[in-house]
Design a protein around this ligand. Structure first.
Ligand code: ATP
Ligand code: ZN
Ligand code: MG
Ligand code: MG
Ligand code: MG
Length: 500
């Protein structure tokens, strides 16, 4: 890996008068300012330099340490100090004439449309990126981010596009499953639900709605109340700013439902649209495209990120820790593409999301308690066959990264269950997860603790559609076959609307 920069340091007057000072700085720089902070011999190097009428031109090379753009800034500072003092010559700015990054690679890039990159060439086992950057970009670490991006892309290719880590932690005993239908099909036959007008959307009738509420009540009785979680209402339209802080802005574009506001609410502005509809009875979608603003964000995707605005920039009192909160105030939306199926993989779904925040010890302990409670619920109350697995942390998966976190505590545990209608070899369904997110969110949203100790956080998304899908797939639709705790809470079958 090599950085190369041909930089022109613009001077306010002919630098020739200061040639001796410049020579001195150039001669020493590799041992002093261009070596500072780098392992022995690994600082930036000066390949050549010349003086122009109003510039000092220098060719720099480097590896990972004291990268060429940092080296140019260090030289600029040194020249400004020395020439300013003795010759009253200022350095006006640093221009990059040629800036390349050479990265070893086993393949070319698919997308070469990268900001500030003029060209990408794949030659002799290297990607050669030619950058077009100004001083501001060099100062703002744009070349470093480009290198990270390229290295991430190359590494990801090794895993295959979406391969997630998966490691079994626990599994319940085998059991027979007398019911092997697809419950969504049976529910449709029973009139429990109907398809909504949007893709991957259902209108839940009284029965499935009651089941959702039963599961919610179980979460209240077994977890939220005894463990002391307080309810909050998290926003359901999420602005780019939130996703920049949470990291989602790196990768969720293919899966979000975008939100665009009208350019104005002046009815006159919309009159042609209204008239068009009234005459044709068609909504003029093309006309709308011109009249709505740019997307300001998207519909709730992961529920917890927008809660962080509540804590952003704050220092939390020791007595308030751990913070234990939850939200169940609205839907989540994902464009699931071809994957939608039944009620279990939908574009609009309902979750309770638990979020906890505290010191590392508090977060680990809270997570432990939660796992215990869930174990009790799925074994004793819902009587499910299920398993737990250690997987790629959800926040990494949602940023498009594979693998696992660097430490062994941070990460996601998926709860999965077999759907008997898929057969004994069928894929298991993730019905919820529990994550320790480490310092990611407190760092991302700048949240501190009174004690100064680093804050950690965790979250758990209880998918009500997924619980229902798993429960009905394993127990069937007849309440008489349901475990007593669920029967008791469900009560009498709700009255259904009869259609003739
Ligand atoms: P999957 O692997 O099934 O696609 P996910 O890993 O993308 O799920 P997460 O981002 O971890 O899902 O979301 C947390 C929880 O939200 C899931 O465990 C699941 O219960 C629920 N969930 C996610 N996507 C959907 C969906 N499309 N339909 C219904 N529930 C969902
Ligand atoms: Zn979350
Ligand atoms: Mg998914
Ligand atoms: Mg998941
Ligand atoms: Mg998953």
């Amino acid at each position: 890996m090599e950085f190369y920069l041909k930089a022109s340091l613009k001077t306010s007057a002919d630098p020739a008068v200061g040639k001796e000072d410049i020579e001195k700085i150039m001669a020493e720089a590799e041992k002093t300012i261009l070596a500072k902070g780098a392992p022995e011999g690994e600082g930036a190097k000066i390949k050549s330099w010349t003086l122009g009428d109003k510039s000092i031109d220098v060719e720099l090379t480097s590896g990972r340490y004291v990268r060429v753009h940092d080296a140019a800034m260090r030289l600029k500072k040194a020249f400004a100090e020395s020439l300013g003092k003795t010759h009253k010559i200022g350095i006006r700015g640093v221009e990059s004439e040629t800036f390349t990054i050479t990265v070893p690679a086993d393949r070319d890039l698919k997308n070469k449309n990268i900001p500030y990159v003029k060209s990408v060439d794949f030659k002799d086992g290297n990607l050669i990126l030619a950058l077009e950057v100004g001083e501001a970009e060099m100062r703002n670490q744009v070349p470093d981010r480009i290198l990270t991006l390229i290295e991430d892309k190359l590494e990801q290719g090794d895993y295959g596009a979406k391969a997630e880590h998966w490691n079994l932690l626990w599994e319940s005993a085998d059991r027979p499953f007398p019911y092997t239908n697809d419950p969504t099909e049976d529910m449709l036959k029973e009139g429990w639900l109907k398809r909504g007008s949007s893709r991957g959307q259902w209108i839940h009738g009284p029965v499935t709605t009651r089941l959702f509420r039963v599961f919610e009540q179980i979460v209240f009785d077994e977890i939220l109340v005894p463990l002391g979680y307080d309810e909050m209402i998290f926003p359901k339209m999420v602005m780019w700013d939130v996703w920049k802080h949470s990291g989602h802005a790196k990768g969720i574009y293919p899966e979000i439902y975008y939100v665009c506001p009208p350019k104005t609410r002046d009815p006159e502005y919309w009159e042609d649209v209204m008239d068009y509809y009234k005459v044709t009875h068609e909504v003029p979608v093309e006309m709308l495209k011109d009249k709505i603003g740019d997307p300001i964000g998207g519909m709730c995707y992961a529920q917890c990120p927008p809660s962080w605005g509540f804590f952003q920039g704050e220092t939390i009192a020791t007595e308030s820790l751990p913070v234990l909160i939850f939200d169940r105030s609205g839907t989540s939306h994902r464009y699931e593409s071809g994957g939608i199926h039944g009620i279990e993989r939908v574009d609009e779904f309902h979750r309770i999301e638990l979020v906890w925040l505290g010191t590392k010890e508090q977060v680990v302990e809270t997570t432990q308690k939660l796992h215990e409670r869930y174990m009790h619920i799925f074994n004793d109350l819902l009587d499910l066959k299920w398993r737990k697995a250690w997987v790629t942390p959800w926040f990494m998966a949602q940023e498009g990264i594979a693998g696992v976190a660097a430490d062994e505590v941070t990460g996601t545990t998926d709860y999965e269950a077999p759907l008997p209608y898929r057969g004994s070899e069928g894929e298991w369904l993730e019905f919820q997860n529990v994550s320790i997110n480490g310092e990611k969110y407190p760092n991302g949203f700048n949240v501190k603790s009174q004690s100064g100790e680093k804050l950690w956080s965790g979250c758990s998304g209880v998918g009500l559609e997924r619980w229902t899908a798993v429960f009905l797939a394993q127990h069937g639709l007849d309440p008489e076959n349901w475990p007593p705790e669920v029967q008791k809470r469900f009560g009498k079958m709700p009255k259904q609307v009869k259609f003739l």
